[in-house]
Design a protein around this ligand. Structure first.
Ligand code: F6P
Length: 341
C-alpha cells in the first residue's frame, strides 16, 4: 500500500482538521493509502517528526478548530530545499505529500513540485485571497465570528450613542470586512482595495448618526486611507519580514472622533477570527478538498492544487494557483457602498 504524508503549514484556519479527516477517510476506505501526519508544517517534514493517521485518529475531527498536526511558518525552500524534503520522504517511505497551506506554503509546494517531488496543495486561509479557487475554507467561519462580534458591538454602541469600529483580519484583501460588514449592516466598510479618505468615512458616520443610528464601521487590518503611504503597522515584522498588521482600528478611533465629534470605540478582533469550530459550510468544503486531494494523488495528478469552482471541486496546476491574489473587485465594493451611511 502506498503512503501519503499530510502537513498543515502557515496560519491555522477553521477546517484544517476536516481536510485531514477527509483525506484519510478517502484514502483508507478505498484501500489505496495509509497516512502519516507531519507535525508543525514543513519543519516536521524536514525533521521526520510525524504521527500515523488512521481511521481511529481522525474520528470526530471535522468539528474541531485549529490543526491537530500543529503548524509553523517554516519555509522548506530556505531550510534545505528539495533534497532535504526528498531524503525525509524516503526515510518515512512516503510517496507523496498533501500540503495544506496559504499563499506562502503553496508557492513552496510549487517549487518542490518542479523539483520532482510529488505534492498536492490544499488552499487554506481565512482571508479568502487565493486566486484559482472560489472560496477558501475558514473564510465562512471567520465571517460568521466577525458578524456575531459586530452585532454585539452594535448593542453597546446604541446604548452609549457611540460610533463603534471593528477591525477584522485580511492581510491583502478586504473579503472578511466586506462580508461581515454587509451581514452586520455596517455604515462604512474600509478595505485596502478601495482607499477611501477618512473624510469620506467620517461623512458616512455622520450620516448614520443624523438618521438616529449608532454608527458602525468595519475596517480591514490592511486598509490604507487615501493620502497615506503604507498600511499602519506599529507591531514590527513577522518571521517572513512582512509587517504584522493590526491596530488601524485604534488610529481610526482617534481620527474619526476628531473629524465627527462623536465618541468612538475600537475593537480589534484579531485571532478570535481564526479560532474555534468551523461552520457547517467550511466543514463540508474542507472535507471535500481533502477527499479530492487523495483522488488527484490516485490519478497521479501531482503538482496541482485542489480548488472549489461553483459547486464542483476540481484541480488547477500549482503554477496557475499562485501569483495574483484574489482581491475584492470594484463592483463588489460599490454594491456594498450603496448600503453605507
Ligand atoms: O493570512 C491569515 C492571517 O490571519 C491574516 O489575516 C493576518 O494578518 C495574519 O494571518 C496574522 O498572522 P499571525 O498569526 O502570524 O500573526
Amino acid at each position: 500500500m502506498k503512503r501519503l504524508g499530510i502537513l498543515t503549514s502557515g496560519g491555522d484556519c477553521p477546517g484544517v482538521n476536516a481536510v485531514v479527516r477527509g483525506a484519510v477517510l478517502a484514502g483508507v476506505r478505498t484501500g489505496q493509502y495509509d497516512f502519516v501526519g507531519y507535525l508543525d508544517g514543513w519543519s516536521g517534514v524536514l525533521s521526520n517528526n510525524s504521527v500515523p493517521l488512521t481511521l481511529e485518529s481522525v474520528r470526530g475531527l471535522s468539528r474541531l478548530g485549529g490543526t491537530i498536526l500543529g503548524t509553523s511558518r517554516t519555509n522548506p525552500i530556505t531550510s534545505g530545499g528539495a533534497p532535504a524534503v526528498i531524503a525525509s520522504m524516503e526515510r518515512d517511505h512516503v510517496d507523496g505529500l498533501i500540503a495544506v497551506g496559504g499563499e506562502g506554503s503553496l508557492a513552496a509546494a510549487r517549487i518542490l513540485g518542479e523539483s520532482g517531488i510529488k505534492v498536492i496543495g490544499v488552499p487554506k486561509t481565512i482571508d479568502n485571497d487565493l486566486s484559482a479557487t472560489d472560496y477558501t475554507f475558514g473564510f465562512d467561519t471567520a465571517v460568521q465570528t466577525a458578524t456575531e462580534a459586530i452585532d454585539r458591538l452594535r448593542t453597546t454602541g446604541e446604548s452609549h450613542h457611540r460610533c463603534m469600529i471593528a477591525e477584522v483580519m485580511g492581510r491583502n484583501a478586504g473579503w472578511i470586512a466586506l462580508h461581515a460588514g454587509m451581514a452586520a449592516g455596517a455604515h462604512a466598510i474600509l478595505i485596502p482595495e478601495r482607499r477611501v479618505s477618512l473624510e469620506q468615512a467620517a461623512a458616512w458616520v455622520l450620516s448614520a448618526r443624523n438618521r438616529g443610528r449608532a454608527p458602525l464601521v468595519v475596517v480591514a487590518e490592511a486598509y490604507v486611507p487615501a493620502g497615506q503611504d503604507a498600511p499602519y503597522f506599529p507591531r514590527g515584522l513577522d518571521t517572513f519580514g512582512r509587517p504584522r498588521l493590526g491596530g488601524i482600528g485604534y488610529l481610526l478611533e482617534e481620527q474619526l472622533q476628531e473629524l465627527t465629534g462623536i465618541e468612538c470605540r475600537a475593537t480589534v478582533l484579531g485571532h478570535i477570527q481564526r479560532g474555534g469550530a468551523p461552520t457547517a459550510f467550511d466543514r463540508v468544503l474542507a472535507t471535500r478538498l481533502g477527499m479530492a486531494a487523495v483522488r488527484a494523488a490516485s490519478k497521479g495528478e501531482w503538482g496541482v492544487m485542489v480548488s472549489s469552482r461553483g459547486t464542483d471541486i476540481t484541480t488547477v496546476a500549482l503554477a496557475a494557483a499562485i501569483g495574483e491574489l484574489h482581491t475584492v473587485p470594484e463592483d463588489r465594493y460599490l454594491e456594498a457602498e450603496m448600503l453605507f451611511g
